[in-house]
Ligand binder design. Structure first.
Ligand SMILES: [Zn+2]
Length: 321
């Protein structure tokens, strides 16, 4: 048997402690350093973290690997407040509260939306269109406070409009760093698709950073070009509609068609840590199902199930979450 080594970039502090391949999915057991102090959500008291664990593991969706979904598996931990006895989940640094996917999965969803729509992206990823909408809303809500590192060297940008078909009133503008074309990264996102939205994105870059931009790719929208002409003084436009989308879609489609033909997996947004009483369970496997046919997001799996089963279940039955 051949062994293939792949590089995985991990958020700071996160380590991979195990791996399970299952069907068309990849499961990585991950760990992260627990905080030494915690603040109680209930009474506001801050104290040394008092950790408690449950007999579950949590499975959350991460980026695709070679067109196949990957999942992170970890043991969630509580903090027990020594003052009021309130128990709360410690949220890992790689995901937000009450979601079953990582922050970078959210970014992947945003990038895939360029030149596409929520139904199409949902189909590609095997999640629900509602979840795509929720992710965009979360990203927009975060965008105001998000800063671009002023030291980052940016020579090429893409600026695009996102539209969500189901709620045609929701448009967003997304700014992508295309300096390394193999690894486009979302820099900013703003509500709307007008010049103001484009400016809002571009103003996330420091002035010297904007001066360093050589090219920008925008679709035909005049509004975007107006903003770019004014704020990116030394850059020239490269008009290339769906430029980024093409790269992502080409890469994904080849794999995707094999894995997802005719299987529009639908996943319902499931609560992750912190929601008692409505914990997402993964049912046992119904007869005739195809593991990995539709990739969804994760849920909470009893620890008694081996990790491999957890991954297969999470990958195979998103529609039942
Ligand atoms: Zn408390």
């Amino acid at each position: 048997m051949a062994t293939v080594t792949i590089d995985i970039d991990l958020p700071a502090g996160v380590t991979v402690t195990g791996y399970q391949r299952h069907g068309d999915g990849h499961g990585f057991e991950v760990a992260w350093p627990f905080p030494t102090r915690a603040r109680c959500d209930h009474c506001g008291h801050e104290d040394a973290a008092s950790l408690e664990f449950t007999n579950r593991v949590q499975v959350v969706r991460d980026l695709d690997i070679c067109g196949q979904p990957s999942f992170w598996i970890y043991q969630p931990a509580y903090h027990r407040c020594p003052w009021c006895n309130h128990r709360q989940w410690l949220i890992p640094p790689f995901k937000r509260k009450d979601t079953s996917y990582t922050y970078r999965f959210e970014q992947q969803v945003l990038r895939l939306l360029i030149g596409s729509n929520e139904e199409e992206v949902a189909r590609r990823l095997g999640i629900s269109a509602e979840m795509v909408g929720l992710i965009v809303n979360h990203q927009l809500a975060d965008a105001k406070d998000k800063e671009v590192d002023p030291q980052r060297v940016i020579t090429d940008l893409g600026i695009d409009e996102l539209s969500l078909k189901k709620r045609h009133k929701l448009y967003a503008t997304i700014l992508t760093d295309l300096t390394n074309p193999q690894q486009p990264e979302v820099l900013a996102v703003a509500p709307g698709k007008d010049e103001a939205a484009a400016r809002q994105c571009l103003e996330k870059l420091a002035e010297p950073q904007r001066q360093g931009v050589r090219t920008y790719r925008a679709d035909m929208a005049v509004a975007f070009h107006n903003a770019c002409r004014e704020l990116l003084k030394k850059a020239r436009p490269v008009v290339d509609r769906f430029h980024v989308a093409k790269k992502f879609n080409e890469a994904i489609d080849g794999q995707r068609k094999k894995n997802h033909a005719g299987v529009p997996g639908e996943a319902v947004e499931g609560p992750a840590e912190g929601v008692s009483g409505s914990v997402v369970g993964v049912p046992s496997r119904p007869p005739g199902s195809h593991p990995g046919a539709a990739a969804g997001v994760g849920g909470v799996i009893p620890e008694t199930a081996p990790v491999a089963d957890a991954v297969r279940a999470a990958a195979a039955f998103p529609e039942d979450l």
